[in-house]
Design a protein around this ligand. Sequence first.
Ligand code: KIV
Length: 271
Amino acid sequence: MTQSSPRRPLTVASLAAMKQRAEPIVALTAYDFSFARALDEAGVDLVLVGDSLGMVVQGHDTTLPVTMDEMIYHSRCTAAGLERAVLMVDMPFMSHISPDEALRNAGRLMKEGGAQMVKLEGGQEQAEVVRRLAENGIPVCAHLGLRPQSVHKLGGYRVQGREAGTAERMCQDALALQQAGADLLLLECVPVELAGRIRREIRLPVIGIGAGPDIDGQILVLHDMLGLTPGRAPRFVRNFMLDASSIQEALARYADAVRNAEFPAAEHCFQ
Ligand code: KIV
């Protein structure tokens, strides 16, 4: 039997190699074929089918109603548009409440949805889940900081880790998840200094949304950076459509801005 190489040139291992080379990882969300293709052509390295689709595609107030079947459907649509980028897919709310349940659901995202990596929200209490997935060959991105699936527990969409105790806990969570076998860490709405500290304390690539520039890559929700989300945009968002004449140009400008360390700027960061 001859060995065939994966269809896509970028893999989860490429993300670690990019960190080694200090090459910023450019990431964005997508939920369908057409946008996936546009992101791929713009040179986005990592595409996330986020459960943010519950808000920006389905019109819910939170990500909580999104189901496994919906994630698989959008993952399959998105996978069809990618030739280069790594495809990461969110485990929706309540889909990883035990290692067995997580393995079954993450397996579906990969087999039926074409995911190359799954992302799940949670700290050290998720270490057993991450370990089980890693042992079964499933790459995992751990999501710390603001965890939108816990919005009701957190009391809103707020910056996390401003107090010494919660900052320390987040560092411990990151180390525990790395130890359990995670391949990537995503930090959401975390003060710049804490994000930089976590990046220095772990060896995994760290990407962030509202986590400042002192990490290995940046991600935004596609609809936010195209200025499509109604209402006031969160502080960490820049509308790349404002000085672009097409969606393709906005995507290319985002990729350039991340690679040239022009985004995020001070006004997008939390202290
Ligand atoms: O679901 C999503 O889009 C996310 C982003 C906030 C990164 O997790």
